[in-house]
Design a protein around this ligand. Sequence first.
Ligand code: BMA
Length: 836
Amino acid sequence: MKLNDNWKIKHFDIGAARDLEVASPEYIDYFWMTTAVPGDVHSTLIERKLIDDPFYGHNDLKCQWVEEKVWWYRTTFELHDEIQKGDRYELIFDGLDTFATVYLNGVELGSTENMFISHTFEVARELKQGKNVLAVRFDPVTVNVKDKVQYYWSGFSKKRIWTRKAQSHYGWDWGPRLVAAGIWKDVRLEKRSTAKIDHVFARTTSIDAGKATLEVDVDITSYAREKEFEILISLNDGEEKITTKKVKVNRKKAVAVLEVANPKLWWTHDIGMPHLYELTVELLADGAIIDEKQEDIGIRTIEVRRRDENGEPSFTFVLNGEKIFAKGANWIPIDSFIGAVPDTRYKHLIKMSKDANMNMLRVWGGGIYEKEVFYEECNRLGILVWQDFMFACALYPDYNKNFMANVREEIIHVVKRLRNHPCLAIWCGNNENDWLYEALNSSGEITHPFYGEKIYHELMPELLEELDPTRLFWPSSPFGGNDHNSREEGDTHNWQVWHGNIEPRVFGEPQRVNYSIEGLSFKNFKTDTTLFASEFGMHASSNRYTLERNIPKEQFFWGSDEMSYRNKDIHHPKGILLMEGYTGAPKDLDEYIAFSMLTQAEGLKFGIEHYRRNKPHTSGALFWQLNDCWPGTSWSVIDYYLLPKASYHYARKFFSPIVLTLDVVPGEDIKVWVVNDRLEAYMDEIELAVYHFNGEKVFSKEWQVRVEANVAIQVATVLEHKALGGLQPEESVMVIRSKNHRAGENYYFFRDQKDLRFEEAELTVSVNRETNEMTVSTNTLARMVTIELDQEQLVMEDNFFDLLANESRTIRVEQAQGKEIPWETLRVKAINSKKG
Ligand code: BMA
């Protein structure tokens, strides 16, 4: 039974309330405010208009007081059962954020200090038939970490490392400090009989010759020592029963081996179907079912190949025996207030990832182990998950016994919770701790030992060997080689682009930076020979609608304090330098929005197509970052209102399983490539065409291509001056396309945006409100046609595209929740379209 109803909250100053009084059933809470569970304190205060929307202007600073208070939650619930002697009831909190003390009918059941795990209390004696009162006190994090002064490295804020809570709550370089608190997941009361199922671990042990073998391990807790139990396992495929097996429980464990003939395998969506079977595990005592668990499982094998066929280092995910090129992004918490986020927001974002042809998402280590809905959607849609443990950019107090006991419990809990998901591909110990520690240490900036090392290099590998030997445990990201961020081994974060790091470096060298146009240009991707790029990216503005909703009107201009407050990164000139190199520096807000979006989109395209051409040596490209937790300026490609930036639409193209791509360096030969990630050969006729911006076609060449399954090849070279057909490079555009529409069109320019000489485009726009379609056409090449409508969560077939002279495109627009499209707010423009 869920206990999510009737909750109320109130805050007290530290020390102002007597705990047993507030927790007692007699306490009068008539005047408290109601709140939603799951949820959080801030979201309730926002809803009740007791704090101003923290995302608007500087309002986040106005509500910092919330984190300094003691917050009490109270509810009452009715229990109809007549409680018998020997009955067992478990009160389960799936998520308490974070320092909580739980009381039932005035009895203090215990305290918790880990947001990431569920907490269970045995309460048969404290429960009553009839009315029960449940109370939870949340202490401010400041109280708990007050005396934990520590002078060693911890990025973005100091004391966060002592709290097993989303580290980004304390502020990050893409989000404000908003230290959430509250009951952020379900609360449940479960009656237990003589035993219960603790955990199930289902895994594919082999797939061959039309047969798959699965092993299912079941752990139980028994409350009746002498009693015998059995486990009944069934595997269903929709309505069809595939197999069942009954096994005896021996010392609280049961193991069953299942065989599945002609299994339908789980694949990522780009190369197959993500087929799911339903596994049911029933616990039987004297023939009667006393507990049951159901999970969707996939039949698949996954490994990370660390050496290729020639014995050279590699970092390639291999799914069901097939090498995968991982295409995707880094996932951060999808809201500053994660408890109150509806599942629909998750579903929409994951669907958007799939629609952008991503086959892997990395759950980054400064946020949370995601909610169930995240993994379920990835299972269902065929997206692999790189799972970090939640440690990021800091040293962690591995010398402290209590902290380590908490971490140990967390790892066990999380691994058992997530290990059955077919989407889960790898466990990773932390984000950047190994790399940054060594680099900062070598630069003389920190002299402490590598605190935290025991977690990722002792505790985790030891526990994972036992709890999940089916996946690679990777100590950190990046990791491997001489410099943990070495391109010779393992995975890398390319922060040469944007952050200006000078790479490669080796152990012992200081980390140097080059803040110049060349130093942080996205052109630097070209020299990146990584085996697997798990982070890299550039800022782009949020959409105009998103900014307008959150920036006071009088501050709505480029260079205002409010605009700059949206950007939480240090050294703001980095973004300007990046744009200077490609589009030129923006002069006003409209130019900033357009130029930053275009630079990010072209930069990611430049880097990712390079990485993909380099396959299989490079076997993955996960850019930083998919999403935002607030309406800010960041590396995200989808803004807070789930409106795509230009890069998102570029991603649909540069991540498509088959991509026709050009390697273009001004003044050099143009290299024509085909990247085929599909598991079958690609045969086609392709064309490279060059046009003057006014539409005149000056060059065309066609090739018959056959590209074997899962390879990238260069199919041709074209001399630049030939391709130009007498035109100037500044006035021409290239298009590489499939003559049979088997692959998407791809546009390239001979020079950087700032050097191109566009003509002024006149766009003609018409709207069909019946079908929610709009059509745009142009007289001359229109660069980055941008369709804007004042509504959140809009889904457009395409946006931010280039349109050749005299061509037209029709775009369908939908709203994720089926809301009306506000066509009256429509604005369509291109970078070179007529202003006004
Ligand atoms: C990496 C990430 C994040 C950060 C991003 C941008 O270091 O792991 O910590 O937000 O770069 O700086």
